[in-house]
Design a protein around this ligand. Sequence first.
Ligand SMILES: C[S@@+](CC[C@H](N)C(=O)[O-])C[C@H]1O[C@@H](n2cnc3c(N)ncnc32)[C@H](O)[C@@H]1O
Length: 800
Amino acid sequence: MSLKADLLRAKTEEDVKDAYIKAIGLKAYNKTLVDIRTKEIWFEAKGFPTPPVVMFAQLLFYVRNARKLGEQIPPFLCVIDTEKAAIMETANALPILDDKLIKWPKSGSKIEKSLAIQLAPYIETHFVVYQLDTYERDFINAIKSAISAGKIIRTPITPDNLRQVFDKWVGMIGEELTGVAPTDYALLFFADIMHDGKKAAVQDLPAKLLHDGDKPVFFLNGVMYELNSLHGYRNFWAIYHRPPDEEYRRYLIERRDSLLPLNEREFKGAFYTRLSVVDKAYDELAAVLGKNWQQRYIVWDMCCGVGNLEVKHSNYHNVFMSTIDQADINIMRAAHTCVGATIFQYDYLNDDVNEFGLIDYSMTSKMPVALQTAIADATAKKRGAKKILILINPPYAEATSTDNAASKGVDRSKTGVARSKFASAGMDGYGKASNELFTQFLARVHKEIPTATVATFGKLKYVNSQAFEEFRKVWQAKYLGGFVVHSRAFDGLKGDFPIGFLIWDTSRPEPITEIVTDVLDRNAAYVGDKTFTNIENDLLLSTWPIRPKANKTPALPLKGAVEPATTTADLRGTNWSDGAIGWFNCAGNDLQQASRLTMILSSGFASGRGFFINKDNLWQVAVMFAVRRLIKPTWLNDRDQFLQPNQQLTDEFKNDCLVWTLFNGANYTAAVEKIRWNGADWPLTNHFLPFTEAEVGAKTAFASNFMTTYMSKLKLSAEANAVMAEGRKLFRHYHQQKFGRTIVDEFKLGRSDVGWWQIRRALKANLANELTDFDPLDAKYNMLSEKLSPQVFDLGFLPE
Ligand SMILES: C[S@@+](CC[C@H](N)C(=O)[O-])C[C@H]1O[C@@H](n2cnc3c(N)ncnc32)[C@H](O)[C@@H]1O
């Protein structure tokens, strides 16, 4: 788990300290007046975002006192909060400790902003701020090196991160230089990085970095450029090391022409990948594939569109890019995108696929010979052969969905997706996955380059959906790492769901059981971790209950609480079951479906998937009902599957679930004198009344007292009793009211044993005539929800 993930969970300042201690791996420390104290570093922590200078003021107060007492002070100071950390060498702050002009407060607890304001001009230039979203790894490395080597080791600039460093340089430094043409940024960037801060490390570069005092000034074509603010400059060069290692310098300079500033708005294409997301993908590739990966791997993106995924690459000699649309190729050429890469038009799902689904490059002769050779060498594991990395964001179209079809060049009809040559001839054994374009890409790569490392964007269903079980039997690989990001981070994608960027080693086939990913929000900011799991069918919640059989007694099929079925096609719910008191609808087994399809009714459901409720399974129905509805689906969890509980359930939990179910909006149980359906009148009996006639002041007897008898044997918790008490008041309130004809007709209020759905809806509809205060019940109900929700995870109904 990363530091940022721990900080997101942190509730107190103590949690924040512990998160940093764990991430840095601190062993010898103590927590005293100074928040965390080690021999090498003192830390000041805050449990909320705080300006670094305010935290440093606090820390310097302690340093000053320690100095007065002759105690040892550490060589480094560090301030930490929930979003960022900053480091400073103590030596840089020592002169101000004796400065008579600064008014130091008497006690540490009295440190106020005023001290920070006095200290700011002296210390601001000496500390380095690391925003953990972007620089978590750099921070941890820096602090570890401060501890072990007594100095801060900065991140080196290498062929692998050149493009990313350049983009950050443009944001923090380039854009602070007034009057520079964006096309000249690369020249100034090289002047800046090929300099050690005192003298140039490479002579004869077109631009020069000079100094006016300690202020950097750039010189290009006889024009001088100054920085508007030195803030970004100092911070940037406190994070990165310059100049780059000698062995890389020549090579990096040769990349200069390929560095043009990237403007997000210039990138278009079908569901193109935002550059901020591409940046994260390159961070992940570097973390997973290791040092110099861009030298060691040949990259092929066979659905590159206009090339977004490759623009952060720093070594185009090793990059092959192809895509279906010649127009996209033309755009890349005109915009000088990825100059040096081999770019060609290629329809990956149709070109070079023969009638047996085999790959034969002689069919179109479009495949560059160099790429053919690289594939052959990698597949044969020839000595010295480079590995192949397939880096793709394939189209997401599927046979069942026409509105998200791939691109102009692809047949958008449903059959068009499934009908690619490769899907028809090369995907035997892949099951439904042959209907989807992105799995067609994965399957051809699997056949063509069985040793490839595959880094792919895509929906998560190939990893965890039951529908892809057959796919996973054939397509097996070792998961190396990755992240999921909100679909809105992609241009043109509708809906809220996770898109994965997952890296796989297909040369090491193994079943996909569980993967852990980072989670990025729609702004590509890190927000936590998430586990995606494949679950065997017999562990799913849907297979937990024994489903009572239907009998031969006809039943009224409903389409709502008091509405009869109108459909005739695939009509369900037309037969009763022995001893049944209602119907539990529980279609699907994931959060998304559960939120829409979980309900109980007083007769069968016309298009139902579920089972009849009786006295024996009522507790189980209540548990399933509650756990399926307690947790709201989000973009990230909506495909999570419900599981059977992993431990014995307590009576308190079961009873809490029952009360929660009875007062839920999807408890559609009702009583109606007669409902006309299929030429006959059908009564609807309500067995779900938790109160007696006397308790609620009903004027006539209820047809069923099943629920009050059932509940009389239960011991309810304080939270459940509180809901019952407020619920009872609303039932009583209902029985005291007179409703107009429209409301009576709409909710079929003819009988006194009407159900919770009828009561709630009638009272709400009557608000204009008579005020009903639902707040007291809502408050108690929310308390019960808060009690139950964490148990959904604790008892194993959902993965944490
Ligand atoms: C999701 S977009 C990704 C584009 C780009 N790589 C990016 O990340 O922004 C998928 C791309 O695949 C291309 N494509 C669709 N079908 C293809 C096929 N059969 N062969 C090659 N490329 C295809 C589309 O034109 C589109 O540009």
